[in-house]
Write a protein that binds this ligand. Structure first.
Ligand SMILES: *Cc1c(COP(=O)(O)O)cnc(C)c1O
Length: 395
């Protein structure tokens, strides 16, 4: 059976009524037959039938044993860090999602959990960074916004030899393109706010554990800490996943066309897209994933914030916004948006240049998106970038 067919039929028909859409069990509690005797559900923080469908679905898609749904991607990440204790250390990808960086450094550091950030696309650096205190290796692949790829299978071997857990934030790839548990990871986490939800209409997070015992521990923390996903948002996420296969296919196909267009544009300096043979990690990406995703970053020859700020305001189809993975294409300027809280020197050292622009390719026709970018480039050329920048800073 093809994976698209399997995905669609992994979403069960309601056994009680035959409803073909998963029912939304909007209830806090469940009536018991006798004290402690129930139909498998007693309180919706602990378990809810709508959420359970989503949790089983993501476990299946990621080829794990236990799936868990949370009220945000960060709530999902938070529960994973709760597996650690004071004195434990994390080795994490340097080009990490800003919210995860804030959680690690501004929340968990004060509890005595240290994080060592390294360029995980270089296996040797991971190997050199792990110590006997390293209990968790944290990857994102591809990363945000420079789309670095780490060799998940090779790092899984390092983790195993060191008795560390390996967790992969699979948000950018989605389980359609990459299944880290099959490559040796122990835990996968998603911001389902992005591709899984797919319509920019909810905030949600998902965790999948490979090992049932580890899954049970995480489920304990899910219930004990309480940041569960509500029934309606669980339903929205399921509804998003129903079309995930088709959407990802289109995101990937359009992104490759747009990356090629940008690569030959005279105003563009570097293009970051793992599907381009010029991408430094292209071979690893090809080995471990079945596609290269819908995110592209690029820098301008005029490597100034002013030039990038001017350009991102001139597109019409690409909407200026944070986030990614929805049906509408988005454009952003990380230095002034998602990565603003990172000191400029550190941000630049991580490859986030002043002129770096990130695109989330939506489901519009790629010809229209290319025309939109061409229009924006032309407008910038026809006006003086300085004027635009001044107009922006005086707002
Ligand atoms: C958005 C994002 C998160 C955080 O998810 P929220 O749903 O916003 O809490 C974590 N990791 C990555 C890679 C993300 O893009």
């Amino acid at each position: 059976m093809s994976s698209a067919t399997e995905l669609i039929h992994s979403i069960p028909v309601d056994p009680l009524t035959g409803a073909i859409s998963v029912p939304i069990y909007q209830t806090s509690t469940f009536v018991q037959d006798a004290p402690g005797v129930n139909k498998g559900y007693d309180y919706s923080r602990s378990n809810n039938p709508t959420r359970a469908v989503l949790e089983q679905l993501i476990a299946k898609l990621e080829k794990g044993s236990v799936g868990l749904a949370f009220s945000s991607g960060l709530a999902a990440i938070d529960v994973i860090i709760k597996l650690l204790k004071t004195g434990d250390e994390i080795v994490a990808v340097d080009d990490i999602y800003g919210g995860a960086f804030r959680l690690f450094n501004s929340v968990y550091e004060q509890f005595g959990i240290k994080v060592n950030y390294v360029d995980t696309s270089d296996i040797q650096k991971v190997f050199d960074a792990v110590t006997s205190k390293t209990k968790l290796i944290w990857l994102e692949s591809p990363t945000n916004p420079t789309l670095k790829i780490s060799d998940i299978a090779a790092i899984a071997k390092i983790a195993k030899a060191n008795n560390s857990l390996l967790c992969v934030d699979n948000t950018f790839a989605s389980p359609i393109l990459q299944q880290p548990l099959s490559l040796g990871a122990d835990i996968v986490v998603h911001s389902a706010t992005k591709y899984l939800g797919g319509h920019s209409d909810l905030i949600a997070g998902l965790v999948v554990a490979k090992d049932p015992e580890l899954g049970a521990k995480l489920k304990f923390y899910q219930n004990a800490c309480g940041a569960i996903l509500a029934p309606f948002d669980s339903w929205l996420t399921i509804r998003g996943i129903e079309t995930l296969h088709l959407r990802i296919k289109q995101h990937c196909a359009s992104a490759l066309e747009i990356a090629k267009y940008l690569e030959q544009h005279p105003a563009v300096n570097k293009v970051y897209y793992p599907g381009l043979t010029t991408h430094p990690n292209h071979e690893v990406a090809k080995k471990q994933s079945t596609g290269f995703g819908g995110i592209i970053s690029f820098t301008l020859h005029n490597d100034t914030e002013a030039a990038a700020i001017a350009l991102v305001q001139e597109t019409e189809l690409f909407k200026l916004a944070e986030s990614l993975g929805g049906i509408k294409s988005l454009i952003s300027h990380p230095a002034n948006m998602t990565h603003k809280s990172i000191p400029a020197a550190k941000r630049r050292a991580n490859g986030v240049a002043d002129s770096l622009i990130r695109l989330s390719i939506g489901l519009e026709e790629h010809e229209d998106l290319i025309a939109d970018l061409a229009l924006a480039f032309n407008r910038i050329e026809n006006s003086t970038i300085k004027e635009k920048a001044n107009a922006f800073t005086s707002v």
